[in-house]
Design a protein around this ligand. Sequence first.
Ligand code: PGA
Length: 261
Amino acid sequence: MEVIIRDTVEEVSLLGAQVVAQLLRQKPQCVLGLATGRTPLRLYRELIRLHEKEKLDFSQVTTFNLDEYVGLPPGHPQSYHFYMRENLFRHVNLPPGSTHIPDGCAPDLRFHCFEYEEAIRAAGGIDLQLLGIGSNGHIGFNEPTGSLNSRTWIKILSEKTLHDNASHFATPEEQPRHVVTMGIGTIREAGHCIVLASGAQKSNAVKAMIEGPVSSMCPASALQLHPRTTVIADSDAAARLDQLEHYRWIEQHKLGWQKYS
Ligand code: PGA
């Protein structure tokens, strides 16, 4: 894995945005895998800024989001449809029909999961997949002990994840227990995966992902088997890594074309 450590969450987000922007400029017809949650918010703000100020063009881009809550309609403020519309889609020139998010209200959810996988394949696969990481090591909503080869499917959230995200919902009853998420196998087919992590609450998961064994106890550790994964972490999230000096050494010795900035 490529491990890049920055002092602040701001720097993490700006570097993440730069990687996305670089791809859009090199391959205007790219397919982006998008994530929700607190982590990518600043990255999306930067992409909007680049669109407004530097004409970053989304007109030929296709997007696929990782996941959605079962039962929340697209207009629900906690749905990921709402999140994406408010935090990115309505601010940039993505054409209608070019964005895809699992439909947590599909009448036949199981069939919908197959259709979602088929849509990713039909688009030619995902070039760049953005990911956050849960404090329990989940990516997408693939919780510990799930298959590391899973495909898009309906999953049950762990109590840890429900606890971590409870503050988004007014009452526990409103918080869905079920989600549709791309599987680990789906995510691992992306050409390039970027995991953003910030804050001390992610430090155990970041250590397990990068330096732990490949294990379903930390689903993100499956990315060790991916040919091109970049982890961008702030110093709090990276604090428990044993090989910090090694990652800094590698970064100092990259060839020009291997650097993002
Ligand atoms: P967060 O969620 O960005 O809100 O911390 C990350 C995740 O659960 O994947």
